[in-house]
Design a protein around this ligand. Structure first.
Ligand SMILES: Cc1cc2nc3c(=O)[nH]c(=O)nc-3n(C[C@H](O)[C@H](O)[C@H](O)COP(=O)(O)O)c2cc1C
Length: 236
């Protein structure tokens, strides 16, 4: 199983350790090839809003060199993990900056065909609350990228560091990650890997929009080249 993990932090705190427990549990069940990216180290830029990616090509993004290895790992992965601590009730700034750079992949624009067979996982930890909103932010991008199945896990760890998390809480997270890894493996083993109905519905809406309006030439040409404006679909 190929896994791409994008971390909205450099600090190896509760969020990192939660994701690490999931990876450990997956590794104990199946062979895993894992690519990890730590933000902002591996992608230190903010989106400058130049629209080059959306209107022309992602290769025209001034930050393409940093983005390309991550995009490649996302495209090659079976499972994409996005993990962020809760900062003021949402994802960390570096995670948001990363997600902004992949706006060109939102379904209206140019979703990667590979995405429609993937499993996405959103993970967040918080001292008290905000995990739902934080996971929603990451899950929204996963969903609009076309990811076929999304799992979310948020935990209020009642601490500001992993060392401060109680042994009971750590056991609880470990057990949750064990269960989550079982769900991921089950999903990965499925023969039929079609996206959920919600994703397919979104695809049809954006197909219609691209077919009718073609407000963005680059998007329309992309949809046309994929065969999606005809009968072809990015799933079987
Ligand atoms: C800038 C900042 C903002 C935070 N905002 C919140 C918040 O809105 N709600 C909350 O319950 N905890 C908040 N926290 C606490 C963290 O979410 C919590 O400690 C989390 O588990 C940190 O993850 P980490 O150990 O992986 O760094 C905040 C922490 C920081 C540094």
């Amino acid at each position: 199983m190929k896994i791409a993990a994008v971390y909205g932090f450099l600090r190896k705190g509760s969020t990192y350790n939660t994701a690490a427990l999931l990876l450990e549990s997956l590794k104990s069940k199946t062979e895993c090839e894992i690519s990890e990216f730590f933000l902002p180290k591996d992608m230190p830029n903010f989106c400058v809003g130049c629209f080059s990616c959306i209107m022309n090509s992602e290769e025209k993004c001034p930050h393409y060199a940093a983005l390309q290895p991550i995009a490649k790992a996302l495209d090659e992965a079976d499972v994409i993990i996005l993990a962020s601590p809760v900062y003021v009730f949402d994802v960390s700034g570096q995670m948001k900056a990363f997600l902004d750079h992949f706006g060109y992949r939102w379904m209206l624009h140019r979703p990667s065909p590979a995405m429609f067979s993937k499993i996405g996982v959103a993970i967040s930890t918080t001292a008290g609350s905000g995990q739902k909103r934080t996971n929603e932010t990451m899950a929204k991008s996963l969903s609009f990228w076309g990811t076929r199945k999304i799992f979310s896990y948020g935990k209020a760890v009642r601490a500001t560091s992993w060392d401060g998390v109680s042994p009971e809480m750590k056991e609880n997270i470990k057990s949750d990650m064990e269960k989550l890894s079982q769900k991921i493996i089950r999903e990965h083993k499925k023969h039929k890997r079609n996206p959920e109905i919600k994703t397919r519905l979104m695809f049809h809406i954006f197909r219609k929009l691209n077919k009718m309006s073609g407000w963005n030439k680059a998007d329309k040409e992309y949809w046309e080249a994929q065969g999606w404006l005809g009968s072809k679909r990015p799933w079987n």
